[in-house]
Design a protein around this ligand. Structure first.
Ligand code: GLU
Length: 285
């Protein structure tokens, strides 16, 4: 069953990180967002200043225009929204739903590699006095979610999977006490994304199947932060002829390279898997 076009289009977004050129996998994500949303919001996920570069943002915009996939309004930049992410973190801190993690990379690797039945609370890996000493020395902590406490607080939760047409129960076992704020940037992909999708009024998140696991975290954060929960459509990943997932580092698959090699936008779009142009299940299933 598909939903008739008289129903208003969902608000979708395409959210590339400007850490490299736009490649075929991104083009497919943008195509799915554009078809299902009849246009989309372009959000530049540029919080990680160690990896993002403004010149990639310009290239991404140029390639999307070349492909005939224009976005609606002005692009939105995560780097302009650090205060909103800090407010969300402060709200979780005020309710003791996050804890500071002072472990070094090596200590963390040791803790996480030890056999364990349930995800560890990494704050118990060093003593409170050692954590205090590091804090006094000016070591910035990462902030981790108290996942068990958070799940207790919100009770049973589901997210709407429009690919499968079901409400999926939130499952956090593999994630453990996920980092919500990195020590170097004060936020994380997970925290930023739920704040953004709410600020932007996104009603349908379209993104690759590689991010499906993260949706469980996002749904939990929406419940904790009292934010609306969009529906989700995780599309198949674009693969090369050998069946491997395309990687950003393969510049031969970049739109820029294909354009310079003489391919037209139409050649590129038709080389992608067909994108759905209507939702297999309505937003209100
Ligand atoms: N910025 C993420 C990426 O490039 C996508 C974020 C999302 O769609 O939630 O992989």
């Amino acid at each position: 069953m598909t939903v008739s076009s008289s129903i208003p289009s969902p608000v979708t977004r395409f959210a590339p990180s400007p850490t490299g050129l736009l490649h075929l996998g991104h083009a497919y994500s943008a195509l799915v967002a554009s078809r299902l949303g009849h246009g989309y919001i372009l959000r530049i996920d540029d919080i990680d200043h160690t990896r993002c570069r403004p010149e990639f943002t310009s290239e991404i915009c140029r390639d999307l225009e070349f492909l005939g996939l224009p976005w609606r309004g002005d692009p939105i930049f995560q780097s302009h929204r650090l205060d909103a992410y800090a407010d969300a973190l402060a709200s979780l801190r005020a309710r003791d739903l996050v804890y500071p993690c002072f472990l070094t990379r090596t200590e963390l690797a040791e803790v996480l590699s030890a056999p364990q039945e349930a995800p560890v609370a990494t704050d118990s890996a060093i003593s409170a006095s050692e954590a205090h000493r590091r804090s006094k020395q000016g070591v910035a902590p990462a902030w981790r979610l108290r996942t068990a406490a958070a799940l207790d607080l919100v009770g049973d939760l589901t997210w709407r999977d429009l690919r499968g047409g079901v409400n999926r129960p939130v499952e956090m076992t593999v994630h453990g006490d996920v980092v919500l704020a990195r020590r170097d940037i004060g936020t994380s992909y997970h925290l930023s994304v739920v704040v953004d999708d709410s600020l932007d009024g996104v009603t349908l998140v379209t993104r690759g199947a590689d991010l499906e696991d993260s949706t469980h975290i996002h749904r939990l954060l929406q419940a904790l932060l009292n934010l609306p929960s969009p529906a989700y459509f995780h599309h198949d990943l674009v693969r090369d002829t050998a069946g491997s997932r395309l990687a950003k580092r393969h510049d031969a698959q970049s739109i820029q390279h294909l354009r310079e090699a003489g391919q037209s936008a139409e050649d590129i779009i038709t080389s992608l898997p067909p994108a759905p142009d209507s939702l297999p299940f309505g937003l209100d299933f």
